[in-house]
Design a protein around this ligand. Structure first.
Ligand code: UDP
Length: 301
């Protein structure tokens, strides 16, 4: 989004970076999202875009109604590729099979009949040149902002006076879990330092069917750092720990709706962000949501 990019550009310069991912499937490192080369590498074929499209049409059953994340993938690439790339990765990540998740979860991932192997095709892509910490520090540098760290909101909520309270933590926590806890997924990050300059061709390798971790990221691809050693980060999904992901399933949405109804009874309290609105948003979408909230609610107040 040009708007989001421009807004954030007040606080950071950018390193031009486009993310690339491979998946380790059948003993091979193949491009992910699935594209023309992925299919040719897996099946030992030399198909062009047209032939790949024909192949996908043959293997993908037509699905009347896409009800979940399994339907969304099987209807594009068929059962076999679904099982190789999505079924077990999703189970590791969410503790649920794609049948139990909203179509939007696996629907985030495109399928391509061309050779584009970028993870994202957005027009504006980049990494904050001096890191996310520096970018956030510059936002917080505004003299109208005061920062209290190490304080639980529940300790101070009764002593605060406000016209508008904007809460970006978990919405169920705000209401002391009145209807029971919403499910979240967390990650444990294990860091490994290797005495090598570089060990992966691309930033991230996904492991849908092997190991307990979902993916391994070699950080220097993202930062552009040059160093004789390299740092790998392994992601182990977990139901416990700091909440990173809301779980887009029918039951959790139904529970969220109950919290949302409670939130609607508090007109001066506003919930935004991934945890406040229980939505699986990317960073850029969260920034867009915050700007939209500001324009619609605060700027006119
Ligand atoms: N996914 C998958 N296999 C992969 C990559 C992704 O099955 O190799 C599914 C999985 O359910 C994952 C979702 O697609 O949670 C979204 O993937 P993305 O990489 O966008 O997840 P994030 O970076 O937000 O963790």
């Amino acid at each position: 989004s040009e708007k989001v990019f421009r807004y954030l550009s007040q606080f950071t310069e950018w390193r031009h970076y486009q993310h690339r991912v491979r998946a380790f499937v059948d003993g091979k490192f193949v491009p992910f999202p699935i594209n023309l080369d992925t299919i040719n590498m897996l099946y030992g074929t030399a198909w062009d875009s047209f032939e790949v499209k024909e192949f996908l049409k043959r293997v993908a059953p037509s699905v009347d109604r896409v009800r979940n994340s399994r339907d969304v993938i099987v209807s594009k690439v068929g059962e076999e590729l679904y099982e190789k790339f999505f079924k077990n990765y999703t189970y590791k990540q969410w503790g649920r099979y794609p049948e139990e998740l909203d179509p939007s979860v696996c629907g985030r991932i495109p399928v391509r009949c061309n050779r584009d192997d970028r993870y994202f095709t957005d027009r504006y892509q980049g990494i904050p040149k001096h890191g996310y910490t520096r970018m956030i520090e510059r936002m917080l540098g505004n003299p109208n902002i005061s920062l209290w760290l190490g304080i639980d909101f529940r300790e101070v909520r009764d002593s605060l006076s406000y016209e508008h309270l904007i809460f970006t933590g978990p919405i169920d926590e705000f209401f002391d879990h009145a209807y029971g806890p919403l499910p979240y997924r967390s990650l444990r990050f294990d860091v490994e330092v290797l005495e090598e300059v570089c060990c992966q061709d691309v930033a991230t390798i996904n492991y849908p069917n092997d190991y307990d971790f979902t993916r391994v990221t070699e950080m220097k691809h993202l930062t552009g750092q040059e160093h004789r050693r390299t740092v790998l980060v392994y992601e182990y999904p977990s139901a416990h720990g700091e909440p990173y992901y809301p779980v887009p399933s029918r039951e959790s949405q139904a529970l969220y709706r109950k919290y949302e109804a409670l939130a609607d009874t508090l007109p001066n309290v506003h919930f935004i962000g991934r945890l406040g609105t229980y939505r699986y948003y990317n960073m850029d979408q969260v920034v867009a949501q915050a700007l939209q909230f500001f324009e619609s609610t605060l700027a006119t107040a």
